[in-house]
Design a protein around this ligand. Structure first.
Ligand code: CMC
Length: 430
């Protein structure tokens, strides 16, 4: 069809599928009436060909390796903005003016404390608890203090909940870390900006002065911006999916955190550094042997931090981070042998046919962990840092979903391939 739609011939049926035009990138065809008219459904494991929403938040050109938020290039945002500015942009669709930004920052200070009762919540976890488990549990737990703000249709409640979530997440993350060390929890301070406040809660001790290193704060600001949103990735799609049942924002975001934790998604940043450390610590290992393992279809090993569903080019976030890694290491701690191993691995992979044929390039997680490490964060906190960064993106998508009149409860079909009909055998005869 000329308008970008399609005509589908299926058995006796001829179906006109109308176009869903995109401003940029893949256009869609609306298959909403397919099942009703033909008793057929589409089959698309991993939703690789399925657009579940129309969105105005983030655009990724996977072939050119470009990423924009609300039309602004990620490079410009990472170079010139504070993380809260980008969070505002994602949520409200425009860059804040000075007054808006000041009020937005003030709201973060206003909401950064956790209810004192939540302190006991942290105490209940074992010392070795993974901080991602604490983060998602705490997000649900926080929701219990604000039940009167749960109505997804009440805009003021949604904004207030968004502010609470973004403001409290650094406190939760830092306390999850303190819990693992046994040191006292450090309270947020209203004289510090968002990123500095987080670093203070993470690394200060009540016994001595702690000065936030501006180099570290600046680097973390850039890292958070680079993680702020990325279209319909696994965790964001999960947030929308859960939210489509009209579950509240906290519950939806907690679900997204659990999706992020997996090593194929945000958990990859921890997995990359574990992989690099394994290579560094194994005298018999070489980058070649790891590349060979990644190519071996009988070996479940994958080169962590490589490949992406949407990019068949270099991930622009990884491009920024690769340059940034050297810079940050120079300024904070000198050389890191893991960075050299990562560079060797990248070079070997990019000149290897297997990776070339499949368009496998470094993704955001390949260099981020090395930088988080240089900034002083322990490995198990890496995915938590990703979560703090991605939080505005999750919320912006949830908000867009709840405001979209086309939203229906997410409920995919299945193609049933199990037993047809079996004669029931009582327990005593089995
Ligand atoms: N190492 C070795 N082979 C790979 C890799 C890898 N990292 N990634 C993909 N492949 C191969 C895969 O085996 C397949 O080969 P073949 O066509 O012969 O079967 C082909 O490339 C296509 O891969 P796929 O698994 O069908 O791709 P996908 O879009 O379903 O998965 C991915 C994307 C990111 C899960 C995958 O590339 C991967 O597992 N990467 C490693 C984990 C990782 O770095 N995740 C972070 C993703 S980016 C940030 C984020 O979203 O959190």
């Amino acid at each position: 069809m000329d308008d970008g739609g399609a005509t589908l011939n299926l058995g006796d049926h001829t179906l006109d599928l109308s176009a869903v035009p995109a401003r940029m990138g893949n256009h869609g065809v609306d298959i909403g009436s397919l099942r009703a008219q033909t008793r057929t459904v589409t089959y698309d494991p991993g939703f690789a060909n399925t657009a579940s929403a129309q969105s105005t938040i983030t655009y990724i050109d996977g072939t050119a390796g470009k990423l924009t938020h609300r039309g602004y290039a990620i490079e410009d945002l990472a170079n010139s903005c504070g993380f809260l500015e980008v969070a505002f942009l994602l949520l409200f669709g425009h860059l804040p003016n000075k007054a808006e930004l000041e009020e937005w920052q003030a709201s973060m200070n206003r909401h950064s404390l956790l209810n004192e009762e939540l302190k006991r919540f942290f105490d209940a976890f074992p010392k070795q608890a993974h901080p991602m488990a604490i983060l998602s549990s705490a997000t649900n737990a926080i929701s219990t203090f604000y039940e009167e703000y749960h109505n997804p249709k009440d805009e003021a409640s949604v904004i207030e909940s968004a502010q609470r979530l973004i403001a409290k997440m650094p406190t939760v993350a830092a306390w999850a870390y303190k819990k693992s060390t046994g040191f006292p929890y450090i309270y947020p301070r209203n004289d510090l900006r968002y990123v500095a406040n987080f670093l203070h809660m993470m690394f200060a001790l009540p016994t001595e002065e702690y000065h936030v290193d501006p180099v570290i704060a600046k680097a973390l600001n850039v890292l958070l911006i680079l993680h702020a949103d990325h279209g319909q990735n696994c965790s964001t799609a999960t947030v929308r999916f859960v939210g489509s049942s009209q579950a509240n924002l906290f519950a939806s975001v907690a679900a997204g955190m659990n999706a992020l934790w997996g090593p194929l998604h945000g958990g990859a940043n921890q997995a990359v550094v574990e992989m690099l450390a394994e290579i560094a610590n194994d005298p018999s290992a070489s980058t070649e042997s790891y590349i060979a393992r990644a190519k071996d279809k009988n070996d479940p090993f994958r080169l962590m931090g490589f490949g992406h569903r949407v990019y068949n080019n270099y991930d622009p976030r990884a491009r920024i981070l690769k340059k940034f890694a050297d810079d940050v290491l120079d300024r904070v701690e000198g050389d890191d042998p893991l960075l050299r191993i990562a560079e060797e691995l990248e070079e070997a992979a990019l000149s290897d046919e297997y990776f070339q044929e499949r368009n496998l390039y470094p993704n955001v997680d390949f260099y981020s962990g090395i930088i988080f490490r240089a900034l002083g964060f322990p490995m198990r906190m890496f995915t938590v840092l990703f979560a703090i960064g991605r939080l505005p993106g999750w919320i912006a998508n949830w908000k867009e979903m709840t405001e979209d009149p086309a939203t229906r409860i997410a409920r995919p079909r299945q193609i049933y391939v199990g037993e047809e009909s079996r004669r029931f055998i009582p327990l005593h005869q089995r």
